[in-house]
Design a protein around this ligand. Structure first.
Ligand SMILES: [Zn+2]
Ligand SMILES: [Zn+2]
Length: 265
């Protein structure tokens, strides 16, 4: 393995059943189920393991009426990742489903965009609509990590490790970042909430929780430029990810998938 080529795993931990109309600005004419899955991702390679996002825990699942299927630590352990040994965690943005479990990685440095912490601690949080996807304790936990010297801030495009870059997208949350990862099949883009579902980027549609619609749509262009093909873009909440990609190991079907190999479709 060359020194900047990585394996990537998608680890599902939660689920939420909902109708399609809830997933798009302007709704959807079809009265069909369009559920969201919840994931964290693990990038494994010569720089060690980099975890992307930290999910939510059982308490938050109950508060937010989401299903916690398997705690993220269990998912990581299923592919032999010990959370306490993880040195770097990228947080795509500070929404409750991406930055909980903040005691699970006691030895990690957290990588975050300047804009995201400014957004989550500034005047926009005076508005109930904008603070809805944030949890006060999650944001405070990140501020504490800042004061503990455990946060590495990025602005725009920046390298976390050789072959692993973050890219500011904004849009859905003001400081949302996606992650591009060099793999043996080319650069794979972990979009996180820069596109919740394949249908968002494919159809130019927008998820209702949005700070700036223009930035969401421009973000789709940015992601397409980063990825060599549509098959190299991994949405943040799409149940199809686990159908398109093979299980990381036998027995992990429907739970952990391998993203650095070509998808089936
Ligand atoms: Zn989000
Ligand atoms: Zn999300």
């Amino acid at each position: 393995m060359s020194d900047d080529v990585h394996e990537i795993y998608a680890i599902k931990y939660g689920h939420h059943d909902r109708k399609a109309a809830e997933n798009y600005i302007g709704g959807d004419p079809h009265d069909v189920n369009d559920p969201l899955d919840f994931y964290v991702w693990a990038i494994v390679g010569p720089s060690g393991t980099v975890v992307v996002d930290t999910g939510f825990d059982a308490e938050m699942a109950k508060k937010r009426n989401r299903a916690l299927l398997k705690p993220i630590a269990e998912g990581l352990k299923s592919i032999d990742i010990a959370p306490e040994k993880v040195a770097n965690v990228i947080v795509s943005h500070l929404h409750y489903d991406h930055t909980g479990n903040y005691a699970t990685f006691p030895n990690a440095r957290y990588h975050l965009q300047d804009t995201e912490i400014a957004y989550a601690t500034g005047r926009c949080m005076c508005h109930p609509l904008l603070r809805l996807p944030f949890e006060e304790e999650d944001v405070v936990a990140m501020v504490r990590k800042v004061f503990a010297g455990r946060v590495c801030f990025h602005e725009g495009t920046s390298q976390v490790a050789p072959g692993i870059l973050v890219h500011k997208i904004g849009g859905h949350s003001k400081g949302l970042q996606c992650v591009s990862v060099k793999t043996k099949r080319g650069t794979v883009v972990l979009a996180s909430d820069a596109t919740h579902l394949y249908s968002h980027i494919d159809g130019g549609r927008v998820f209702p929780i949005t700070y700036n619609v223009g930035e969401v749509l421009e973000g789709y262009q940015t992601i397409r430029k980063l990825a060599p093909s549509a098959k190299h873009i991994v949405p943040g909440h799409d149940p199809q990810v686990l159908q398109r990609y093979p299980a990381a190991r036998p027995g992990l079907e429907g739970w952990v998938a391998r993203l650095d190999v070509d998808p089936k479709a």
